[in-house]
Design a binder for this molecule. Sequence first.
Ligand code: TYD
Ligand code: MG
Length: 452
Amino acid sequence: MTKQKKSIYVCQACGYQTLKWMGRCPDCGQWNSMVEEVTSPERKEKRSSFMSELQSIDKISLAPEMRLKTDISEFDRTLGGGVVPGSLILIGGDPGIGKSTLILQVLDRLARNGCRALYISGEESPQQIKLRAERLAVHSDGLFVIAGTCIEDLFEELKRLKPDLVAVDSIQTIYTDAIASAPGSVGQVREVAAQLMAFAKQSGIPVFLIGHVTKEGAIAGPKVLEHLVDTVLYFEGDRGHVFRILRAVKNRYGSTNEIGVFEMKDSGLAEVGNPSSIFLEQRPQDAPGSVVIPCLEGTRPVLVEIQALVGPSPLGMPRRTAVGVDHNRVSLLVAVLAKRMGMQLTDQDIFVNVAGGLKVEEPAADLGIVSAMMSSFLERPVDRRTVVFGEVGLAGEVRGVSQPDLRIREAKKLGFSRCLLSRSNLEGVRTPQGMELAGVESVQDLHEILFN
Ligand code: TYD
Ligand code: MG
């Protein structure tokens, strides 16, 4: 009997598999994204598997201090308190955002703490890595570097070096012999990640994967790996801004939505211990349309400035643009203002922006967006020592949000003296000294308090 080659077609956009080629992926609707992947059956047995011994959960022992600390506290916090042994951590982000820089700095810190760290690069030569390292002042002798792309060869090296920690930059450049398709395709990326996963779990060595995200929804990128890995961190930021935010979107060993804030400098990434003050640094004084909100990023309160510009539109179809906040949310709030406050907004261009390139996804920002729009529309500045937070409903009512105390304390710390929040939140909080709290029930209330 001859062994037949088996081929499947895999959508490069979402990973959907079929036995027949199709012009359009039935799952994600992408055109022309199906690529043939051949798996030869005799290679099948080589597939890496992982099985621990059978034991009662009571008998499994934990080492007292399990996590490796990098001493870069923004990074440790995002991971939930350090690197868990045997975990597979994916760091995704746009090309050029600073992933290689970040991981090199992290490995350097760990190497300085006595770990043997290995940096595998499929993109750069050792000389190029050295150039970057010089710039970052990275030179621990515990940090090893290797350039290569074949995972089987790299495993040989791993066996020889026996590192305490491995980083693979980037997962899209590494391939395995077990699959015929090109490096960077969904099949390759998945298989390589699965092999590294088995390696991490068997050896207890944590492995970092770096993955590029492309603008058009990640071709064979981090998205197809999210379910496989233990932790997914996204490194985001606007290339025009110096701030970079490391955000945990999945974490088996910690809370998600935790963030770390960094600043890209000439000598690499520097931690930003107090993001609020940075985001408010260049705030205009007494300008209409600017208001500060205390939002929560994970467990951490961050003050950000929301700006709005509302003005008569020269176009038949007025423009509505939202940067850093959800576009639909802004449309909804515009409708609430028009209906509940009788504001004539239909012929106005409306732009809403979060200063500093941050993204705010919380409903607590609603009250800030509404205040900024009102302020710009009325050409009346909001008192600059005032912060606002709360969710706004369709009836124009202001609703409570989580952790009001934390938000108020952060505002107090940065010198704000008045806070507007929902009535329901007001009932449960302690008023710190030097802070005036005002409860608002509706957008009409808000208008009354802010502008009278
Ligand atoms: P890099 O880490 O190569 O990005 P990625 O691996 O995500 O593709 O960083 C790319 C950018 O960072 C590059 O445009 C230059 C900038 N950079 C600095 O500003 N300072 C530095 O010390 C380094 C190493 C890079
Ligand atoms: Mg890179």
